[in-house]
Design a protein around this ligand. Structure first.
Ligand SMILES: Nc1ncnc2c1ncn2[C@@H]1O[C@H](COP(=O)(O)OP(=O)(O)OP(=O)(O)O)[C@@H](O)[C@H]1O
Ligand SMILES: [Mg+2]
Length: 508
């Protein structure tokens, strides 16, 4: 046996070539963990990179002869290009790619296809070359124990090219021998057929989600599954009038700025039941919260807190954050071959955590207010009971002296005592305890008057209405003020009822 003297390729003189064993490796390449929908998405990536404007996914049930094809009108490949494309690991992940390339590893076409089928046929033509075709037949590879790529095109596959594509540039990727998808070989087995077409539905939904930014907007492309356009699924319901943009900023990552835009989706009461079900996505509202990572506008991660230490609470289920990555930061984000996993680089942790905290809080507040649009003051704001203020370089919390109730009490006869009490409360806000509880028991702080005996709420409201009446306000004025002041703005019906029983002055 030869010795390896150095890890420097140039000076190595002793070595053995150990070829991967084709018949075993081929089976391992089938086990990358694709589902049918993620595997098809990998082929759609390739079509988009090849500048296709129309991509047709066909799934045809025929028992053991069932097949799936992805047909595109992209640039296509000539014979040499196709031969190279069929090579597992055709391009190194470290090779720089064009900015709009959705690929990275030189593997997807093969790994995605092998995960679903035993026979991968790729047929392609360009503007300057006619039909070229190559086939990986895994049974053949296992039989001969060698990576023999078939160059002869079977007549039935050629017929499929004519049927699906014809004489124009573009590519057909055809999967046959769908051993993992066909539940029974008999084409008359209705249950197996239903199972197969259920998969078609899943594929359509997944593509509508993964490529929603490609099938809408400028330069949009068409993606069809069995003849029907996929329906784009926008995780942020951006076109809905009550979706809120909470933050929109760019975080530095290496020499790049990563755009992070966060949203709070509308409360259930603001959506039709159809909209609510659709927006919940495949996994449901609570699971679909968190970060959505796009690589070149293609969705990779759909709802995850990225291991930043947040739980998926129901109260935070309206929080969704869009993060846009270019394709040259793949290694920093540990993008995997399936384009289904990404991990945030450590340096971005604090920035992402900060944004997540803000948007989670906002979600909690919208969730608790049950989506009510609070009545606004003439300045457009609800008057808050507490204000955050700067005291030197520190933060302090102050009772809002402009809050109508506070203002009324301070100007009353015993206003001096009230001021002293308010100062006492302000100076002793139990901030550390609140922080601790917030971290430990997120979403478990009671909302104003939550779990409070209605008789107590009634009595507090009555006292407030009386105090405002004493301050000389008329009944309509009290109602108007109360509906724009925290926390009474949450109880409009109760406010109106109390005011009819406890009328203020007859005139303003
Ligand atoms: N539909 C297509 N049209 C034109 N060229 C294609 C098509 N599909 C694949 N190719 C070519 O085959 C090559 C290999 O594709 P493959 O999916 O295996 O790797 P990749 O896209 O480069 O990287 P990744 O493993 O990240 O997907 C592509 O780089 C592209 O040149
Ligand atoms: Mg690819």
């Amino acid at each position: 046996m030869a010795d390896r003297r150095s890890s420097d390729g140039g000076s190595v003189t002793g070595y053995e070539v150990v070829e991967p064993r084709a018949e075993s490796l081929v089976e391992s390449l089938r086990a990358f963990g694709y589902s049918t929908e993620t595997a098809v998405a990998d082929l759609v990536d390739n079509s988009i990179t090849a500048k296709a404007t129309s991509i047709d996914v066909r799934l045809r049930w025929a028992g053991a002869e069932s097949w799936i094809a992805v047909v595109d009108d992209g640039l296509g490949m000539d014979g040499a290009g196709l031969r190279e494309a069929m090579r597992p690991g055709t391009t190194s992940p470290s090779t720089p790619r064009r900015a709009n390339d959705l690929g990275r590893f030189g593997l997807g076409l093969k790994t995605a296809s092998f995960s679903q089928c035993r026979r991968l046929v790729v047929m392609s033509a360009t503007t300057s070359s006619s039909l070229a075709a190559r086939t990986w037949d895994l049974d053949h590879v296992v039989r001969v124990g060698a990576w023999q790529l078939l160059t002869t095109l079977a007549a039935e596959d050629r017929a499929r090219w004519d049927e699906l594509h014809g004489d124009r540039p573009g590519t057909v990727v055809l999967w046959r021998g769908l051993d993992r998808l066909v539940a029974a070989p008999d084409p008359r087995n209705e249950q197996a057929e239903r199972h197969f077409y259920d998969i078609a539905d899943r594929v359509a939904r997944h593509l509508g989600m993964t490529f929603h930014r490609y099938v809408t907007g400028p330069g949009q492309i068409t993606i069809r599954v069995n003849g029907r356009n996929v329906v784009p699924w926008d995780p942020f319901l951006e076109s809905h009038e009550t979706t809120q943009v909470v933050t929109d900023e760019s975080l530095p990552c290496r020499d790049e700025l990563i755009r992070v835009k966060s949203f709070v989706l509308p409360h259930v009461s603001r959506l039709t039941s159809q909209e609510h079900t659709t927006a919940g996505g495949r996994r449901g509202w609570t699971s679909q919260q968190g970060f959505y990572i796009y690589r070149n506008r293609r969705l990779i991660v759909s709802g995850s807190w990225l291991g930043l230490g947040f739980r998926r609470d129901e109260l935070t289920s309206l929080a969704r954050i869009r993060l846009d990555l270019p394709n040259h930061l793949d290694s920093d984000w540990q993008i995997d071959v399936r384009k289904s996993v990404a991990r945030a680089p450590g340096a971005l942790g604090p920035g992402l955590r900060r944004i997540a905290e803000v948007v989670r809080l906002r979600s909690t507040s919208v969730y608790r207010h049950r989506g009510k649009v609070l009545q606004r003051t003439s300045q457009g704001e609800v008057v808050q009971a507490w204000l955050q203020v700067a005291r030197g370089t520190k933060i302090a919390y102050q009772v809002n002296r402009q809050h109508p109730l506070v203002a009324a009490l301070l100007t009353a006869a015993d206003g001096g005592d009230v001021e002293a009490l308010v100062r006492l409360l302000e100076e002793t806000v139990p901030v550390p305890l609140i922080i601790l509880n917030h971290a430990d028991r997120q979403g478990r702080q009671a909302a104003p008057f939550e779990e409070t005996d209605p008789a107590v709420v009634w009595s507090v409201l009555t006292d407030v209405v009386r105090a405002m009446g004493r301050a000389g306000m008329s009944n309509p004025e009290i109602v108007g003020r109360m509906l724009t002041m925290e926390p009474f703005s949450d109880f409009p019906d109760l406010v109106r009822e109390v005011c009819t029983r406890e009328p203020g002055q007859e005139t303003a």
